[in-house]
Design a protein around this ligand. Structure first.
Ligand SMILES: [Mg+2]
Length: 124
């Protein structure tokens, strides 16, 4: 089973993604902050992380750097609102493996994201 960590400062998004991917046989943990995310990187050892770019006081890019320096094999998919292309470019330069944009549609999650995650996990 693929271990997926969802990092977002909005609890509803965490819960939504958790149940969505649990229904599809992923093992999912969630983190509302960068600190909690790094704790779970050690204890839960996710293969893939869905990482929000904008989280209150913490920048997701910062978390991305911490994750990649701790374990570059973890696949990180950035989750971001539209119109933040500069942040996306920065994230890809910092080693992000892919990105998806909010608002997250069920249809998109169903096909694209699930496929992306499965591919990334298989290569890890
Ligand atoms: Mg956010």
């Amino acid at each position: 089973m693929t271990r997926l960590l969802v990092v977002d400062d909005e609890a509803e998004i965490c819960n939504f993604l958790k149940s969505f991917f649990e229904d599809r046989d992923f093992e999912v943990q969630t983190a509302l902050s960068g600190e909690k995310a790094m704790e779970l990187v050690s204890t839960f050892r996710p293969q893939v992380i869905l990482l929000d770019i904008k989280m209150g006081n913490v920048d997701g890019l910062n978390v991305l750097q911490q994750v990649k320096s701790k374990n570059p094999k973890i696949k990180v998919i950035m989750v971001t609102a539209l119109e933040t292309t500069d942040k996306i470019e920065q994230a890809m330069r910092l080693g992000a493996d892919n990105y998806i944009t909010k608002p997250l549609s069920l249809e998109y999650l169903e096909k694209d994201v699930q496929e992306k995650i499965a591919n990334l996990a298989a290569r890890s």
